[in-house]
Design a protein around this ligand. Sequence first.
Ligand code: PAF
Length: 283
Amino acid sequence: MTAPIIRSLPELRELTRAWHRAGEMIGVVPTMGALHQGHLSLARIARAECDRVITTIFVNPKQFNNPDDLKNYPRTEHEDARKLAPIGVDVIYVPDGDTMYPGGFATNVSVEGLTDCLCGAHRPGHFDGVATVVSKLFLQTSADKAYFGNKDYQQLQVVRRMACDLDIPVEVIGCPTIREEDGLAMSSRNLLLSDRARIFAPHLNEVMEAIATAFAEGKAMSDLSGPAIAKLEQAGFTEVEYLELRAADGLGLLDTPSEHARLFAAAWLAGVRLIDNIDIPAR
Ligand code: PAF
């Protein structure tokens, strides 16, 4: 059976108050829909750890800096509900634009520092949109735990900082990136890849794994990034926005993994922007 879809905030609040009164722990999995195995893995982890699970679906206009990207974003609510059914989430919360941003809405949640680099530098306003909507979703659902994929590692850091700074009593939990068999990180945007582009898309992860191996041999990012970008361009990627090694904690730029790090990449393939990041242990 598919979980009930709730669209009204008062209705959601009535339910979550009753759950908390009964001493139940609430987990939330915020999404923009077009659910894939990555989202479903978050819902499964939440299901295993919490008494009640809410999946939210809201395509947040404030985090899109490109109107075409917002227009083309896949919207598949019924299919999403069907995919969540076997996991047994309690509720799917699907607020509309007026519930999230009613007339007169004038507040912006902005996290400084962490958002200056990577996607923050290439998508102006994106993380303000994410931090604003996620803070609202935390407050609306009054969740005790919230589940996010490591695939959007910078987002995870931004959301954690925001919840801590605003004293929102929610534990923000990062979960493993789920990949296709050929290494491509799962993403709703993969649906937008043509059949031909889909064949070349896994090169992004392949090139990143090769860099990770080279670190283990003592090489530095300054030697590795030029040849890696050339390889991606040969594979049909038209623009590599960034390919950078950064500290796992704080996202400071590194040349070698002198501390626990992550390797981050964003690149365009046939009109689709793909991002990925992998864990790099300190050496
Ligand atoms: O990762 C996403 O899908 C979105 O950025 C999120 C966290 C649901 C906020 O709109």
